[in-house]
Design a protein around this ligand. Sequence first.
Ligand code: ZN
Ligand code: ZN
Length: 320
Amino acid sequence: MKMKYTLYSFLFILIALCNSCQVKKPVDTTEAKVYKTENIMVLVVDGPRYSETWGDSTHRYIPHMANDLAKSGIICSNFYNDGFTYTSSGHAALCTGYKQQLENTKGSQLPDYPSYFQYYLKKTNKPASDAWIITSKDKLAMLANCNDAEWKDKYNPSINCGNNGQGSGYRNDLKTFQEIKNVLSADHPHMLLVNFKEPDGAGHANDWNKYLKGIVETDSLVWEIWKYIQTDIYYKDKTTLFVTNDHGRHLDGWKDGFVSHGDDCEGCRHINLFAYGPDFKSGIILDKTYAQVDLTATIAELAGLKMPYGQGKVIKELFK
Ligand SMILES: [Zn+2]
Ligand SMILES: [Zn+2]
């Protein structure tokens, strides 16, 4: 009996010892995986409805996305702005991973929490020229900063917004495209977020034809940037590209229809997401429901960033 007891004690000590020998390093899931992605670009087309883009089975207004880009990446057919469906908040949700109501006219209110740009520049110790926010709308300059006391005025990315920064008014998307090419060729940034102001501008002007033209033109600008990635030594085979929207617009027959947006109707909430990159699958349509803050979580995963205020979850189905 005593012998048996001693044997049990011995086994118990042995198991305890084995447990203590096991790796005690904290498991850091954001650092654990190695991805091929070195650069991340997010292109935000401002305010098209799903019904004139992927929701239209002919895809007549997004020919490049449908015929040239879709096969190289993943189309997410149930992607949503599930927060506040206007420009400042939609973009801030994408950058910070946090849904917040923000002043939307002048860009006078900063997001409460830091963006992935700030986390990235802090982590890598790179200069501001390595991360750019380039937008047709001047008010989006506010995306570069936040109110959090630990982060305000620190690790801010470079900005190139509107005619000449905050308060200077909106500029043409073609001019923005030119600025993007200039910055990519001069600075080769690893992080880039773009806003094209159309088709939102033409929608608010109640100009249906110009609204459609805005979708067609931004589709061709997205195509130009995709081709740039394929041919540039700094970007080819190591760049992840997301093409998405800040919000949609009201459904036909609801309020003033395509002219406005800002509530929780399906037209305002249902938006596009195309994801392309060396770590992602290609040629598939993902119909699982995701939202803007999930895109931020996915960017953080790719870049190895921890974003404690983020409300989203990684879109795992994108990955190979
Ligand atoms: Zn708008
Ligand atoms: Zn609506």
